[in-house]
Design a protein around this ligand. Structure first.
Ligand SMILES: CC(=O)SCCNC(=O)CCNC(=O)[C@H](O)C(C)(C)COP(=O)(O)OP(=O)(O)OC[C@H]1O[C@@H](n2cnc3c(N)ncnc32)[C@H](O)[C@@H]1OP(=O)(O)O
Ligand SMILES: O=C([O-])CC(=O)C(=O)O
Length: 443
C-alpha cells in the first residue's frame, strides 16, 4: 500500500491536467513539423535537434537555464531558505520542478522531513562499497552503491507482482523520493571511507537535506552548508538533452526503475566532457601551480599554459558548452558566492584570472562555439577553500544534486505515460545512397 502525501496528490493533479493538455495538443497538432534534421546533425551529436520533452527546466543559449521559468538569480531570491539562511533550499527547487509552482516554506520543510525519514541506507549497500578497492574512483563507487540499493525498488517489486499501467507513476514517485533521500548518506559514506579513515558521521535529523549532507561529509561550518545548498540547487537540472538527464530518461523509458535509470545517468555524468570536468579543472590548475612553483600566476603564465594544453591536443576543462553560448549563470552564481564569502582565496583568484585569459584564446581557434566558462570551471575552487580538497569526489556532489532534476523528470515521464524511446539510426552506406538520390525518401 502506497501512502498519498499532499505533495504527491498535488503532483497527480498537475499531471492529470498536463496529461489532458498533451492529449489535446497531439490530437490537434500531432502532425505539425517541429524540426528538420540534416546529415551533419545526425553525425554530430544531434546538436540543435528538438526531439525530447522535459518539463522541469529549459535552456536559453544566452541566458542559461531556467527552472520552470525562473533564472538562477530569481531562485536565489524566491525559494525558501533556512532561518537566517542566505541560499535557497534544494527541497524548494525540487518542489518547483515537480509541481511547476514556487513552494511555500512549509512545502520545503515537508520535503526535508520526508527525505530525513526515508534516508536510511540498507547495510548491504555499505557492505558492497566496503568490498571495493579503496582507490576505486568515487563515481564508480557511487554507481555501484546505487545499483546495490536497487533491491529497495518498490516499482520493480510492484511490476513483478503485476500492476496496472496507470499505477506506474505512483511507484516510480516513491522510488524517486526514497532514492533522493538516501543519496547524501551513500555519498558521505563513500567520502568518509575513502578519505577520512572510514570514520562515519551519523545523520542529524534536525538539518535540511543539503545541510545534513554537509554535516555527514564532516563540514559543519555555516558557510559551507550555505555553499552546499547553493551547489545542490544550481547543479540539479539542465533541460533534458544533456548526457545524464537524457540517459535517465532513455533508460527509464524501458520501465527500468529509478535506481537502474539513475545509476545509468551517473555513468554518463562520470565522463570528462560532462560532470567529471569539475575535477579536471582543479587538477589542471594544480598542475599549472606545480609547474610555476605555487603562488598566483600572472596572465602571461596562464596564457602560456593554456596554449600548451591546446598544443597537446587537450581541451581546456570547464570551458565550452554544447548548447550555452555565454558565461554559464551557474558559474556567475558561484563567483558571487565567492566574492561574498572568500574574495581573497588564492585558488578562487586563479579561477577568476583564468576566466580573463581563456575566452579570447579559444575564440582565436575559430572552431570553439562557446569560449566561455561552464559550471565546472568554478565549483572545485570553492570546495577546496573549505577543505574538501579530494577532487575525485566532486562529481559525486554533482550527481547527488542532479538526482533532483532527473528524478523529478522521471516522475513526469511516467505520469505522462511516455513510451519507450527508440529513434531511427542508419548506416553510412544508407546515408550515401540517400544523398545520391538512390533512396528517394526517408523512412
Ligand atoms: C556540466 C557539463 O557537462 S558542462 C561541460 C563540461 N565539459 C568541459 O568543460 C570539457 C571542456 N569542454 C568541451 O570539451 C566542449 O566544449 C564540450 C564537450 C562541453 C562541448 O562540445 P561541443 O558541443 O562539441 O563543442 P564545440 O562544437 O564548440 O566543439 C568544436 C571544437 O572545439 C573544441 N573545443 C570545444 N571546447 C573546447 C575547450 N574547452 N578546449 C579546447 N577545445 C575545445 C572541440 O573539442 C571541437 O574540436 P574538434 O573539432 O577538433 O573536435
Ligand atoms: O547541458 C549540458 O549538455 C551539460 C550541462 O551543462 C549540464 O548537464 O549541466
Amino acid at each position: 500500500m502506497i501512502d498519498m502525501d499532499y505533495i504527491k496528490e498535488r503532483f497527480k493533479a498537475k499531471a492529470d491536467e498536463l496529461g489532458a493538455d498533451v492529449k489535446d495538443l497531439l490530437k490537434q497538432h500531432g502532425s505539425k513539423k517541429l524540426d528538420e534534421v540534416t546529415v551533419a546533425q545526425t553525425y554530430q551529436g544531434m546538436r540543435g535537434v528538438t526531439g525530447l520533452v522535459s518539463e522541469t527546466s529549459l535552456l536559453d543559449p544566452n541566458d542559461g537555464i531556467r527552472f520552470r521559468g525562473y533564472s538562477i538569480p530569481e531562485l536565489r531570491e524566491k525559494l525558501p531558505r533556512v532561518p537566517d539562511g542566505s541560499e535557497p533550499l534544494p527541497e524548494g527547487l525540487f518542489y518547483l520542478m515537480l509541481i511547476g509552482e514556487l513552494p511555500e516554506e512549509k512545502d520545503a520543510q515537508h520535503l526535508s522531513n520526508v527525505w530525513g525519514r526515508r534516508s536510511q541506507v540498507p547495510r548491504h549497500v555499505f557492505n558492497t562499497i566496503d568490498k571495493l578497492p579503496p582507490d576505486t574512483h568515487p563515481m564508480t563507487q557511487f554507481g555501484i552503491g546505487i545499483m546495490a540499493m536497487q533491491t529497495e525498488s518498490v516499482f520493480a517489486k510492484a511490476y513483478s507482482d503485476g500492476i496496472n499501467k496507470k499505477e506506474y507513476w505512483s511507484y516510480m514517485y516513491e522510488d524517486a523520493m526514497n532514492l533522493i533521500a538516501r543519496l547524501p548518506r551513500l555519498a558521505a559514506y563513500i567520502y568518509r571511507r575513502k578519505y577520512k579513515g572510514n570514520v562515519h558521521i551519523e545523520p542529524d535529523a534536525s538539518l535540511d537535506w543539503a545541510g545534513n549532507f554537509a554535516h555527514m561529509l564532516g563540514y559543519d561550518d555555516d558557510s559551507f552548508r550555505a555553499l552546499m545548498r547553493l551547489y545542490m540547487t544550481i547543479h540539479a537540472d539542465h533541460e533534458g538533452g544533456n548526457v545524464s538527464a537524457h540517459t535517465v530518461h532513455l533508460v527509464g523509458s524501458a520501465l527500468s526503475d529509478p535506481y537502474l535509470a539513475f545509476a545509468s545517468g551517473m555513468n554518463g555524468l562520470a565522463g570528462p566532457l560532462h560532470g567529471l570536468a569539475n575535477q579536471e579543472v582543479i587538477r589542471w590548475i594544480q598542475q599549472l601551480r606545480e609547474e610555476l612553483g605555487g603562488g598566483l600566476p600572472n596572465k602571461a603564465e596562464i596564457e602560456k599554459y593554456v596554449r600548451k594544453t591546446l598544443d597537446e591536443g587537450k581541451v581546456v576543462p570547464g570551458y565550452g558548452h554544447a548548447v550555452l553560448r555565454k558565461t554559464d549563470p551557474r558559474f556567475t552564481a558561484q563567483m558571487e558566492f565567492a566574492k561574498k564569502h572568500l574574495p581573497d582565496d588564492e585558488l578562487v583568484n586563479i579561477v577568476w584570472r583564468v576566466y580573463e585569459v581563456v575566452p579570447p584564446i579559444l575564440q582565436e581557434l575559430g572552431k570553439v562555439k562557446n569560449p566561455w566558462p561552464n559550471v565546472d570551471a568554478h565549483s572545485g575552487a570553492l570546495l577546496v577553500h573549505y577543505g574538501l580538497v579530494e577532487y575525485e569526489f566532486y562529481t559525486v556532489l554533482f550527481g547527488v544534486s542532479r538526482a533532483l532534476g532527473v528524478l523529478a523528470s522521471l516522475c513526469w515521464d511516467r505520469a505522462l505515460a511516455l513510451p519507450i524511446e527508440r529513434p531511427k539510426s542508419v548506416t553510412t552506406r544508407w546515408m550515401k545512397d540517400f544523398v545520391s538520390g538512390k533512396i528517394e525518401t526517408g523512412f
